[in-house]
Design a protein around this ligand. Structure first.
Ligand SMILES: [Zn+2]
Length: 207
């Protein structure tokens, strides 16, 4: 993402105190602030779409909030059609989070990401702590939600229930979208985000 403009070969720079530093020649470029990334993950039917708008409003001025699916069509087109190249897709979102950080703000992503996938990416170094939480609901509620969708969104019900179970055992912090309105859940998520932004102790627990 940051490459040295002094070295004759393409050298990837490293982040340091808001600067990008070339490990070969020592060149320092500014504009390389890093901020935390918050990921609200969940299998299909978790309620991510309903939570997006109220959450984005609640975090106005503190974080920038995105639904990762907004780039799915572009990702398909860039790859000349399906399947989406997921590592490249996730790299793109880390790059966006790094861009948002230059305005001094963390990024919140609603989307089906898991921690291990992000940790392995080359752009990982350009965000600071990554905090994960899970949007969850009882399995029968998920089945009902997916089955009542329009036909084009009604896919892979049992696969998503299984993935939801897997996430439940691998992500520590949960929000149950069956226990409140989308606005209620958005408030709870915003409290979690702001707490992690302002509490060094909480950040250590997540890392
Ligand atoms: Zn250099």
């Amino acid at each position: 993402m940051h490459y040295c403009h002094s070295c004759d070969t393409q050298i990837a720079m490293e982040p340091h105190d808001g600067f990008a530093i070339c490990p070969i020649c020592g060149r320092m470029d500014d504009g390389a602030a890093v901020r935390p990334l918050f990921v609200v993950t969940g299998a299909s039917g978790s309620g991510k779409t309903a939570v997006l708008a109220p959450l984005a409003r609640l975090l106005t001025g503190r974080c920038i909030t995105f639904d990762v699916d907004w780039l799915i069509d572009a990702a398909r087109d860039l790859g000349n059609g399906p399947p989406v190249r997921w590592p490249a897709f996730q790299e793109a979102w880390l790059a966006i989070a790094h861009g948002v950080a230059q305005a001094g703000m963390p990024t919140v992503l609603l989307g089906l990401f898991i921690p291990r996938h992000l940790e392995e990416l080359s752009a990982r170094r350009w965000v600071s702590d990554i905090h994960f939480s899970l949007l969850d609901c009882p399995d029968d509620v998920r089945r009902d939600r997916i089955k009542t969708r329009p036909t084009w969104r009604r896919h892979d019900v049992e696969g998503q229930v299984g993935f939801g179970k897997w996430l439940r055992t691998h992500i520590d912090h949960h929000f149950d979208t069956n226990e409140g309105t989308p606005e209620d859940i958005a408030v709870a998520i915003s409290v979690w985000v702001i707490d992690r932004m302002t509490s060094p102790r909480s950040q250590q627990e997540d890392s």
